[in-house]
Design a protein around this ligand. Structure first.
Ligand code: NAI
Ligand code: MG
Length: 326
């Protein structure tokens, strides 16, 4: 079976790390057909549109999308692209790698973040000179989709259950609905859950990250807490992510366009290659996905390494080393 993969490198180092990930995928025996499309600052300068309709349509119809990064136009590109794949969950692993300096090297967490509503639903108002308001949206339907995904995720990945991070002691209606809906779906699926107040989670995860495993969060909490965990494992540079919808997914590194090093050929391809490994697993190539992740991990541990990790290797050197290990 052939899968159509949309490849959207974007701007800056997106143009370097995305082709690197495609090279890794092309070295595997999988039936991928890559179709490249433009998005970001450069195409906006040329055409007035950061996300051309044909790029949106491609992401909306391809089996999966691999995205690099966009510059100043990032919000105009990535938010509609997540909509194009109808992404209801953002999967963000935060894992420390052997040999890489980390505040908490024992960290190995996965955040499953609600990706469509909460305080990011876009309902903000200015009532008068002095007062602005925000309406938070929590629906059973969006929360159920997230919870069903979480149940499936823990059973597929051999986890006992998951932790729900919320603040239902204060936001009784909205976070109360979120917590109750997630718990009820978990119960129906025979999956164990634990609860933690999100502010307490912030402290506990810094002091003892090993007590957590899979963490299910509302939108804003997931955004903030996963960035916090990124700090524990050595920064954003190595982190992959997946935006999953009912029929398709979009896979991207967490980092941006890195204008300070763009064009020099020294960007670290690891985050994008691990995102590509998540894409492989999403499309059912579990063995190949695990092999790519292992190849990246051993390259990170043994080198060669790019300058951000203290080495002097190029993007190409690291990509070749990953492919050699495969
Ligand atoms: P950034 O992630 O691009 O860079 C932050 C720092 O990390 C820089 O020093 C950079 O050199 C380094 N870095 C990031 N990824 C790296 C890699 N793969 N290898 C080596 N070093 C790496 O974040 P910043 O500087 O805040 O944003 C730059 C631009 O990227 C902005 O225009 C921003 O809007 C955009 N951006 C886009 C995102 C997206 O498309 N999803 C996400 C974050 C930022
Ligand atoms: Mg964020």
């Amino acid at each position: 079976m052939t899968h159509e993969i949309a490849v959207i490198p974007g701007d800056g180092i997106g143009q370097e790390v995305t082709p690197a990930a495609v090279d890794v995928l092309e070295s595997l025996e999988v039936g991928f057909e890559f179709v490249e499309a433009a998005a970001g600052d450069a195409v906006e300068e040329a055409t007035g549109e950061a996300l051309p309709q044909e790029t949106y349509d491609l992401a909306a119809s391809a089996d999966a999308t691999l995205f690099g990064a966009a510059g100043d136009s990032a919000a105009d590109v990535i938010l509609p692209l997540r909509t194009a794949v109808d992404s209801f969950v953002n999967v963000r692993p935060a894992k420390a790698y052997p040999g890489i300096e980390a505040v908490r090297p024992e960290t190995d967490l996965v955040f499953l973040r609600e990706n469509t509503e909460g305080v990011y639903a876009g309902h903000e108002d200015r009532l008068n000179e002095n007062v602005s308001t925000l309406t938070r949206v929590v629906t059973d339907s969006a929360t159920e989709r997230l919870a069903e995904f979480a149940c499936d995720y823990v059973s597929r990945n051999d986890h006992d259950g998951f932790t729900i991070a919320h603040k239902a002691n204060v936001m009784r209606e909205t976070d109360g609905r979120f917590r109750d809906t997630v718990k009820s779906v978990a119960e129906d699926n025979g999956v164990e859950t634990e609860e933690v107040l999100m502010d307490a989670f912030a402290t506990h995860v810094c002091l003892d990250p090993e007590q957590f495993d899979v963490v299910v969060c509302p939108n804003l909490a997931g955004d903030v807490l996963s960035d916090l965990a990124a700090g524990l494992v050595g920064g954003l540079g190595l982190l992959p992510s997946a935006n999953i919808g009912p029929d398709r997914g979009l896979f991207e590194p967490v980092h941006g366009t890195a204008p300070d090093i763009a064009g020099e050929g020294v960007a670290n391809p690891a985050a994008t290659v691990i995102s590509a490994a998540m894409m492989l697993e999403y499309l059912g190539y579990d063995d190949q996905g695990a092999a790519v992740t292992e190849a990246v991990e051993s390259t990170l541990a043994e080198g060669p390494r790019t300058p951000d990790l203290g080495g002097d290797a190029s993007t190409e050197d690291v990509t070749e080393a990953i492919i050699d290990r495969l």
